[in-house]
Write a protein that binds this ligand. Structure first.
Ligand code: ADP
Ligand code: MG
Ligand code: MG
Length: 221
């Protein structure tokens, strides 16, 4: 299945479903090293995204001049960005919002090739780091997105398909999330715990891996 605007819409919907299913697990992770709201924050945001997608006219039926008539992947990413920014709150709302916004800015094609997927993922990571100033190893969502981007680049350079690139990114992000367990948090709310943040998985890294796995499912892989 081509990674086109329909894929981008499926990605948003698959993300919403997966975040809803993982809500309690994410709340529990955030209860350990934060304020127990990450699952609820993100679920509220993605449910708002689904509501906006549902409210759009079916693709191809809108009046001339309406962006919904010939929407681009970037338009879907922008819709996700603005919706998450206005409805998630906390630290993760602006971080995810900026990730999708930056990804939208670098996603110009109507069908992504392997390097287009890399550009999207790189854009997302740049958005997160420019907003939150975290570097790898600080026990944040950056620790899921950084290995995802690295694996995506390696897979695209090796001649992988766009789906291969997504799969590599999702797998690497999940490993990156698990690898946050022994880390000491030095950014965000978890950093208030100091040494007591060690031994728990970062909720934002966990949700990032869930969202990237949803991108694979949306591609029908
Ligand atoms: P809050 O901490 O305000 O309650 P959330 O619980 O929704 O917000 O999100 C917490 C997640 O945000 C963390 O698990 C971490 O992954 C991410 N995070 C926090 N600060 C930063 C930062 N400066 N850079 C990157 N990610 C961050
Ligand atoms: Mg929280
Ligand atoms: Mg909070």
């Amino acid at each position: 299945m081509a990674l086109d605007v329909a894929w981008a819409r499926r990605w948003a919907r698959e993300s919403a479903a997966a975040i809803a299913a993982a809500k309690d697990e994410l709340m529990e992770l955030d209860r350990q090293i934060g304020d127990a709201d990450h699952g609820e924050n993100l679920n509220r945001g993605f449910q708002a995204v689904v509501a906006k997608l549902d409210a759009q006219p079916p693709p191809g039926t809108a009046a001339d001049g309406d962006p919904a008539a010939s929407p681009l992947i970037a338009d879907v990413l922008k819709l996700v960005a603005t919706t998450l920014m206005s409805s998630v709150g906390g630290a993760s709302g602006p971080l995810y919002g900026t990730a999708y916004l930056r990804a939208a800015k670098v996603t110009g094609l109507s069908v992504l090739d392997a390097h287009g997927v890399v550009a999207l993922l790189e854009g997302a990571l740049e958005g997160i780091t420019s907003r939150g100033k975290a570097v790898p190893g600080e026990k944040t969502m950056v620790d899921a997105w950084t290995p995802a981007v690295e694996a995506a680049i390696a897979t695209a350079d090796a001649g992988g398909t766009p789906e291969d690139v997504l799969e590599a990114a999702a797998t690497a992000s999940a490993a990156g999330a698990v690898a946050t367990v022994p880390l000491l948090a030095t950014k965000g709310r978890a950093s208030y715990l100091g040494e007591r943040s060690i031994g728990h998985e970062d909720p934002g890294a966990a949700s990032s891996a869930i969202i990237l796995r949803a991108a694979v499912r949306a591609a029908g892989a």
